[in-house]
Design a protein around this ligand. Structure first.
Ligand SMILES: Nc1nc2c([nH]c(=O)n2[C@@H]2O[C@H](COP(=O)(O)OP(=O)(O)OP(=O)(O)O)[C@@H](O)[C@H]2O)c(=O)[nH]1
Length: 154
């Protein structure tokens, strides 16, 4: 039996509006050891969605790509480096308020060829883990940022 679609003030229930999950990969590019350890972070340009927010370099996985291949491609496009993709650190799922749902796989990178070159960002820099909470990161990254700053990860 077909169930009628319930109307809410003329709108469909939100489950029917849900957008497909976007699969994203991002890199924690690391340098240094111990308390001198730093991670490379990037700021989105004003004209990008969620402009001025800080993030880890990366992007969406294209059809047919593995996560590692997608991340190596994104790092090449965004920063001009040939990176060796390391271990997967964590996977984060997040629902943005606009209905977008993303799953981000974070990988470490400790080796790459080439110089880090700013091709698309407003700003980019090396940050000690303890200073990460001072930057205005994308909401989906906040738990990871706290864990890194508290020394719970890496
Ligand atoms: N790269 C990256 N994306 C993140 C992070 N955190 C987070 O929520 N995202 C979200 O994941 C999505 C990645 O999309 P993107 O626009 O950067 O990907 P892309 O380079 O493939 O974009 P394009 O569609 O312009 O080619 C965005 O919705 C972005 O807001 C992060 O730390 N790094």
């Amino acid at each position: 039996m077909k169930r009628p679609i319930r109307k809410l003030n003329g709108r469909r229930p939100s489950a029917l509006q849900a957008k497909p999950v976007r699969h994203v990969v991002a890199a924690l590019i690391l340098r240094g050891e111990g308390s001198a350890r730093e991670v490379f972070i990037c700021q989105r340009r004003a004209d990008q969605p969620m402009g001025h927010k800080w993030e880890f370099p990366g992007g969406k996985i294209e059809p047919g790509e593995t996560a590692e291949i997608a991340l190596a491609r994104e790092l090449n496009e965004e920063l001009g480096i040939d990176a060796v993709i390391g271990e997967k650190l964590t996977t984060v799922r997040h629902n943005y308020r606009n209905g977008a749902s993303i799953e981000i796989q974070f990988f470490t990178v400790t080796e790459f060829r080439g110089e880090l070159e700013n091709r698309i960002f407003q700003n980019m820099l090396w940050s000690p883990f303890s200073k990460l909470p001072e930057y205005d990161f994308l909401t989906a990254d906040l738990e990871l940022i706290r864990d890194l700053a508290d020394g719970k990860l890496l």
